[in-house]
Design a protein around this ligand. Structure first.
Ligand SMILES: [Zn+2]
Length: 283
């Protein structure tokens, strides 16, 4: 049993005994691991107060065979998540990042790009960058990296590229966008939504980790609420239940005057909001 070294984000800490914790970590090198941190609750311990939810740390751990918990022997704190100001939305968004990272990944499935994305999201939230945009970026880019991003450019019914149609159908259960001819030929089964090309372009930008325009992308309130509704359906369908932090999404989506606003707007103006049958986001 050799000692492994890794950079990790702390996804969960659960009391194991009076002095020990079981921690779930997402490591850049090995993916998600679950490990015992003996003595972590003692005043003097080898973990440098690094095993806090959403912290970034370097760890040394002993990898156990089969289903047994790994054993953390050392941890060094690299960055603690700090909520900027008194607004709770960045904190809730950080909880949401770690919740999806924990629930959408399997143990020992290394996904370094997903690690980098989650790390950027947590760092940017703690620096006060707009919460709504980072929530969308995190959700869409994580879906892309995990292979669950709905089809945005090809009709899921006929397989043809989407061209020119202004208003398109979108069915999360069918896996994405439906072209106008297919939609006319056969009404979409529920739950179906109407989306426009502008929203699809924005989704493509937000879903690309590190896309140059993603930091500046603006969405008006109609498109935000439309995208919220769509992603709620996709994510609930994927997990088979709503994530716990979905109860706080309304707070995360608000633009607060105290939060930093973007320096520029997206180059390409978005078309007006569609008039199709869009329900309100679930509460
Ligand atoms: Zn089609």
């Amino acid at each position: 049993m050799s000692a492994e070294h890794a950079t990790a984000l702390v996804l969960r800490c659960v009391d194991f005994s009076e002095s020990s914790l079981v921690v779930t970590l997402f490591t850049r090198e090995f993916g998600k691991i679950e490990a015992l941190a003996k003595g972590a609750k003692r005043l003097k311990n080898p973990f440098d107060s690094a095993l806090d939810l959403m912290s970034l740390c370097r760890i040394v751990f002993l990898r156990k065979s089969s289903e047994a918990l790994d054993l953390i022997t050392e941890a060094k704190l690299l960055r603690r998540f700090r909520c900027p100001g008194r607004d709770l939305a960045p904190l809730y968004a950080g909880y949401y990042v770690v919740e999806l990272l924990r629930d959408l990944t399997a143990r020992y499935d290394p996904l370094p790009e997903l690690f980098d994305l989650a790390n950027s999201a947590l760092e940017s939230l703690s620096l006060g960058q707009p919460v709504w945009r980072w929530v969308f970026r995190w959700e869409l880019a994580a879906l892309r990296l995990l292979g669950h991003l709905p089809s945005l450019e090809t009709c899921v019914v006929c397989g043809q590229p989407i061209q020119g149609d202004r208003h398109l159908g979108f069915n999360p259960l069918q896996g994405g966008v439906v072209c106008q001819p297919c939609r006319t030929a056969q009404p979409l089964p529920p739950p179906s939504l109407t989306v426009d090309q502008g929203l699809l372009r924005s989704m493509a930008v937000l879903s690309e980790p590190g896309h140059a325009a993603a930091d500046r992308l603006e969405l008006d309130s109609a498109h935000r609420s439309q995208l919220r509704h769509l992603l709620n359906q996709v994510i609930c369908n994927l997990l088979g239940r709503p994530p716990r932090m979905h109860a706080y999404l309304a707070l995360m989506m608000q633009e607060r005057p105290g939060r930093k606003t973007p320096a520029a707007t997206f180059d390409q103006p978005l078309p007006p909001a569609p008039t199709g049958p869009i329900g309100p986001p679930p509460t």
